[in-house]
Design a protein around this ligand. Structure first.
Ligand code: UDP
Length: 255
């Protein structure tokens, strides 16, 4: 079976949540010195990458790319190249924490406002006491994500991560900042797997609530977020445009 499809040229792995965590297990056991990068694009990011060659290249270079957006699933089904299910960055991150809890992997948390990663750490160890959170750092240092690659502050963060002995690195700098940061820096890092997981840290810290199950089951998480935070309307305007292009483009939008 083919491993991935491309939506507007952006690679998405055909995987379930179970399949994704199995891939992570493989990454952790691999002898490869380079960390494996996991990206979690939603529909907005695919739309951004469609028009941004560099972002598209970054995502296509990822070792595992999961579809964190219901629009991507609908599009894949409409075009008869179905993705099995939506796999969110949050859900995969939780599975990774459960795995770390079971197998005693070390985790480093990078991202969020000052204090958020620390709070996330405290909440994580309450729930998963065997997870070893070996370090954390806020996401407001100077570095690649804000167009200052190689800045001293970034170098220090990388050194901290490398010294911590982390196997898993969570990078929550928002998209596409985190993708750019991971792509630029992964070769300098000595962990095994890096996931760009957006606002996961905020949820783990209890700052932001996930949509109730019913919204998730109905594929309406975007709607819940919109009513909670109406400012998102501007970003979410790309969703109908995405569906329009999927339905009416004459070229092969999904390969
Ligand atoms: N963030 C960060 N550094 C930055 C920008 C954002 O750590 O330079 C964090 C922010 O605190 C939040 C997450 O990234 O935890 C997502 O940020 P935002 O809401 O801006 O991104 P989006 O929701 O658009 O992905």
């Amino acid at each position: 079976m083919e491993e991935n499809i491309k939506i507007f040229g952006v690679k998405i792995n055909k995987t379930t949540l179970d399949g994704a965590i199995n891939k992570v297990k493989e990454f952790l056991k691999s002898n490869d010195n380079n960390p494996k990068a996991i990206y979690t694009p939603n529909t907005e990011i695919v739309m951004a990458a469609k028009d941004d060659n560099f972002l598209r290249k970054i995502i296509n270079d990822g070792d595992l790319v999961i579809a964190d957006g219901i629009g991507l699933i609908y599009a894949s089904k409409i075009k008869k190249r179905p993705l099995p299910e939506r796999v969110t960055g949050f859900d995969l991150s939780i599975e990774m924490l459960k795995l770390a809890n079971k197998e005693k992997y070390n985790v480093f948390l990078l991202g969020g406002k000052e204090g958020v990663a620390k709070q996330a750490k405290e909440n994580i160890i309450k729930e998963y006491p065997n997870v070893n959170i070996v370090g954390f750092h806020n996401g407001y240092f100077k570095g690649t994500h804000i167009s200052q690659p190689g800045h001293n502050e970034e170098k220090k963060v990388i050194e901290e991560i490398n010294k911590s002995g982390a196997h898993m690195l969570f990078v929550g700098l928002g998209a596409p900042k985190q993708e750019k940061w991971i792509h630029e820096n992964k070769d300098k890092l000595n962990c095994k797997v890096i996931i760009g997981n957006g606002g996961t840290m905020d949820i783990l810290a209890g700052m932001v609530k996930r949509a109730p199950d019913i919204y998730q089951k109905l594929g309406l998480e975007w709607f819940y977020r919109l009513i909670k935070d109406p400012k998102r309307i501007k970003r979410q305007m790309v969703l109908p445009l995405f569906m329009f292009k999927i339905l009416f483009s004459s070229q092969d939008v999904i390969e």
